[in-house]
Design a protein around this ligand. Sequence first.
Ligand code: MN
Ligand code: MN
Ligand code: MN
Length: 281
Amino acid sequence: MIVVDDLHSHSTASDGVLTPEALVARAAQRGVTHLALTDHDTVDGLARARVAAAHHGLALVDGVELSTRWQGRDLHIVGLGIEPGHPALAAGLAHLQRLREARAVRMDESLRRRRIVGVLAQARALAGAGQVTRSHFARVLQQRGYGRSLDQVFRHFLRRGKPGYARVEWPDMADAVGWITSAGGVAVLAHPFSYGLTRSWLRRIGSAFVEAGGGAVEVCTATTPANTVSAAAALARRYDMAASRGSDFHDPSLPWIDLGRMPALPQDLRPVWALLPTRAD
Ligand code: MN
Ligand code: MN
Ligand code: MN
């Protein structure tokens, strides 16, 4: 069997644009055989994605992407092959949801001080049953004409030091890794080169991550250039971690990021999908 894996994607349960059903359908249409839905700090989309995956004959990996902190830096940790309802993970996710809710309120207050009023209410309407994320704030601000692109809105309003920014004390990286491994999952250091860190800092993180029980590093995303793939592969080899591959797909209107579209993993690395139980449907 030829495996086409994509182990990092988002749905409307967090900041993705497609519903879990539409995401799975798109993955199947694009030839993905193993898909992980990894919404930010929630597993709410997994049940619906599982039904759709059974319909399309695609292996769904239960996943999540946790917001964490390590030595003052924000890091994203993907959990793959988790048991979604595991109590330790559920408690961690409940904590993250409270942090996110409090952040949304502070962002709204901060924007109100700049006379930009009612953004949270509109962002909630946009998010529907899903959680409100910074992307929903960005979409509302863009609709109101505060930027030509979401990227521009982020740069002018939602980044550190900007009017709509609110800092969050995310849980410690090691705790988040513990929630994932307790729930039977493999913890993956997501997009290691997106944090603007030097090689030596990444080595320190790699070491602390493995110490905490981390099992893999994301070597390829849809936007990883070849030299970055090599550097991430070196990190995997150095700490004997498995390697993951995931597009980090959010939005079909951004054509350069699509499900299943990524460089191949270097041949000598252990692919993380081989470590995951594929639950029978
Ligand atoms: Mn996102
Ligand atoms: Mn991320
Ligand atoms: Mn992501």
